[in-house]
Design a protein around this ligand. Structure first.
Ligand code: NAD
Length: 512
């Protein structure tokens, strides 16, 4: 790990230490010459080094979580909700501090980092409400003097594996809901964002301890893929909730299934919008630019494909070109910046290689697409977001490149647009821009978009926590956050109670 650093990295180190101090987090010291290096995308250099958890640390965390579960599961739901309410208060108090760490580790512009922490606060509110309303149904029994009903019980230890691009929100979606459901949580955050993870978990542990509960209700293990694999393999982890690439999901799903565990997968997306002839193009272009360029194209819901009616495609592309030309790219902490850095140089190289492949497939880069030098940050991976016109939806368009590339294809009929829209392996988020009610309803119908999130006249990114979040096909099928996603964090018991003096059997069976 090189210790010589640019002035920017020295500044980032000081800022990180100060934010952690305000959050009351003690960062453990790494062993001499070892540990996990935290590289800030703002400078491309190391800002902190932490001890790295191995399989034994994961085992210890799961043991403690399983032990804590035995008491936590019997704490009344609303009392568990009060702990989550306190977490929401602490997050509100430390919103700016945590957002600063998110910017530093994930490279998000300040407004988006603050938005990520707000999402944590929002999901705490949702979970507090749930803590008083989680409930089962009562069904009519076919037998006299019998009651048929269901109860929802806490599930056990929930393992959370998360990605770098939503370093704290994804944990909160899982944890706020899992806690009110009576589960305990062990979190393996992305190896790229451990400081914001330590800070988030420290706030929750403070809330737990204040209320007299053990810290082990929620713990974090800082490590890489090995630590993730140990959590995945542990049969005491009743639900493994994993967010990341399709590749990761393809490894996790069979491993959890083989031990009879439950998994919830939130994997890559390849999200598209259809722009119909009737679309309000001013609104559409604003929606497209936020979805395609926001978080430098590093959201699972980032818009990556645009399917535009041939009558408006030239106009849409010209408007996008104008909007992209003026995009402020640079330090995500600076006022006015809209595009921060990519997470690392490998990510930039993948973007440049994808653009080469698109050109070889007959595509034309209309705007952007190059590496961008930012003063004082020679090691950072800044890029100019790209718009690429494609003659067809070739292989490069069909996979997720985690960078700001928007491929534009054209269509003639809505059927053709929907077929093209659905002809990718992923199924996370989608949108149609149209003022034609029939087109909108068709896109929302069973014969329309095949995604888990389907929007009208709004982009593909920026979901609210009240709805269930997730996608189909290679995106993994999981749903988190609102609606009835909580059911995945509980186990359902069906109960039949006989309060009669007879013993009638179901289906009219007689026995003896
Ligand atoms: P990644 O797959 O490289 O890593 C994600 C996490 O999985 C990390 O914590 C990593 O250590 C861990 N991991 C990797 N291999 C593992 C294995 N075999 N067993 C256990 N753990 C393993 O992803 P990333 O680069 O951090 O994040 C970007 C990806 O995440 C994109 O594909 C993006 O679309 C996706 N993502 C999806 C959602 C969603 O909700 N659908 C949200 C955010 C990000």
């Amino acid at each position: 790990t090189p210790l010589t650093t640019t002035p920017l990295t020295t500044e980032l180190r000081t800022a990180a230490a100060a934010a952690l101090d305000r959050l009351g987090v003690e960062v453990p010291a790494a062993p001499d010459g070892g540990g996990l290096a935290v590289v800030s995308p703002l400078s491309g250099e190391v800002v902190a080094t932490l001890p790295e958890a191995g399989a034994a640390d994961v085992d210890a965390a799961v043991t403690a979580a399983a032990e804590a579960f035995r008491t936590w599961r019997s704490v009344p739901g609303p009392v568990r909700g009060a702990v989550v309410k306190r977490l929401g208060e602490l997050l509100t108090e430390h919103k700016a501090d945590l957002a600063e760490l998110v910017t530093l580790e994930a490279g998000k512009i300040t407004s988006e980092a603050l938005g990520e922490v707000q999402e944590m606060i929002d999901v705490c509110d949702l979970a507090v409400g749930l803590s008083r309303t989680l409930g089962g149904r009562t069904m009519p029994s076919e037998r006299p003097g019998h009651r048929l009903m269901e109860q929802w019980h806490p599930l056990g230890v929930v393992g959370v594996v998360s990605a770098f691009n939503f370093p704290v929100a994804v944990w909160s979606w899982n944890t706020a809901v899992a806690l009110v459901c009576g589960d305990t949580v062990v979190w393996k955050p992305s190896e790229k964002t451990p400081l914001s993870a330590l800070a988030s978990n420290a706030l929750l542990q403070r809330a737990l301890v204040e209320a007299g509960f053990p810290e082990a209700v929620s713990s974090v293990v800082i490590g890489g893929r090995d630590a993730g694999e140990a959590l995945v393999a542990d049969r005491r982890v009743a639900l493994l909730s994993a967010t990341g690439s399709e590749r990761m999901g393809q490894q996790v799903a069979p491993a959890v299934a083989a031990r009879g565990g439950r998994y919830l997968l939130e994997l890559g997306g390849n999200n598209a919008a259809v722009v119909a002839p009737s679309a309000d193009l001013d609104l559409a272009v604003r929606g497209i630019v936020f979805a395609a360029v926001g978080t430098a194209g590093q959201r699972c819901t980032s818009m990556r494909r645009l399917i535009v009616h041939s009558s408006v495609v030239d106009d849409v592309v010209a408007r996008l070109e104008r909007a992209y030309t003026g995009l402020p790219i640079g330090d995500p902490r600076a006022e006015g910046t809209l595009v921060g850095p990519l997470t690392d140089a490998a990510s930039r190289d993948r973007m440049l290689a994808a653009l080469q492949e698109a050109r070889a497939d007959g595509g034309t880069v209309v705007v952007g697409g190059g590496a961008v030098e930012v003063d004082g940050a020679p090691g950072a991976a800044y890029v100019a977001p790209a718009v690429v016109r494609m003659p067809a939806q070739t292989a490069v368009v069909q996979r997720e490149t985690f960078a700001p590339i928007l491929y534009v294809m054209s269509y003639e009929t809505l059927d053709e647009a929907i077929a093209m829209h659905n002809d990718v392996p992923q199924g996370l988020s989608s949108a149609i821009f149209t003022l034609d009610g029939r087109e909108a309803e068709t896109f929302l119908s069973e014969a329309g978009s095949d995604c888990g999130i389907v929007n009208v006249n709004i982009g593909t990114s920026g979901a609210e926590i009240g709805g269930a979040f997730g996608g189909e096909k290679s995106t993994g099928g999981g749903r988190e956050s609102g609606s009835d996603s909580w059911k995945q964090y509980m186990r359902r018991a069906t109960n039949t109670v006989n309060y009669s003096t007879e013993l009638p059997l179901a289906q009219g069976v007689t026995f003896g």
